[in-house]
Design a protein around this ligand. Structure first.
Ligand code: GDP
Length: 216
């Protein structure tokens, strides 16, 4: 049974920890290289076309963007709120080193310290082997004990017969189990149900005990 999105709205922008939204809602963050298709994925997942801005100018989003998403995991369930955090894309070359360092510090502080963060969706391009920056991001998240869901997007750009092999190659490259990568296409609208199933599982109240603790 697919997760039903009841409402999805922008909550706030943050560049400093003091600006992170308060409250106990379990959070899921989205990271990936600039232009990988992160905004398109957020819009497809929430079924709101203009929620996250699909940018013509890569690297424009330089703050953390938070969204409140109310979902019903099953038709009979009461809606519950999951917060999404859209992190600035990495690997964008056209900024000064000082600026890049400032973003990196902002993102790393968040990924290290955010206590309601349950999992991080790492988005890679299904067409290419993961970049060094993707491997670095995965290593950083794992070292910090974060649960990572890897999603490979733009599968529509591959011939259908090559999608399986492309996913296996990503899994092998990142040292993941077979079947662990979630295939996704914002253009074809595929993969959202599978990704929601993973997000719903890691944000379920039972996933971290009664007190809403830090989780995996
Ligand atoms: P972001 O910078 O990671 O947020 O990436 P965007 O969502 O802004 O997308 C970057 C570009 O890739 C845009 O031109 C999108 O239309 C395109 N794009 C995003 N997702 C897909 C997809 O699943 N399939 C295809 N073919 N193009 C996509």
């Amino acid at each position: 049974m697919p997760v039903q999105v009841v409402t999805a709205e922008f909550a706030r922008t943050a560049t400093r920890p003091q600006e992170w939204p308060r409250g106990p809602a379990p959070e899921v963050a989205f990271v990936g290289r600039s232009n990988v298709g992160k905004s398109s994925m957020l819009n497809a997942l929430t079924r709101r076309k203009g929620l996250a801005r699909v940018s013509a100018t890569p690297g424009r989003t330089r703050a953390l963007q938070f969204f409140d998403v109310a979902v019903r995991p099953t038709p009979a369930a009461r809606p519950r709120t999951i917060r999404f955090c859209d992190l600035p894309g990495y690997g964008f070359a056209k900024v000064s080193k000082a600026e890049r360092d400032r973003w990196a510090a902002m993102i790393e502080d968040y990924l290290r310290e955010r206590d309601v963060l349950r999992a991080v969706v790492l988005i890679v391009d299904a067409r290419h082997p993961p970049a060094e920056s993707d491997r670095d991001a995965l290593g950083f998240l794992r070292d910090g004990g974060r649960q990572v869901i890897v999603a490979a997007t733009k599968t529509d750009k591959l011939p259908r017969t090559r999608v399986g092999a492309a996913l296996r190659a990503v899994e092998a490259d990142l040292g993941l189990a077979r079947g662990e990568v979630v295939p996704f296409s914002a253009v074809e609208g595929t993969g959202a149900d599978a990704l929601w199933a993973r997000i719903s599982a890691v944000t379920a109240p039972a996933a971290s005990g009664e007190d809403g603790g830090a989780g995996a």
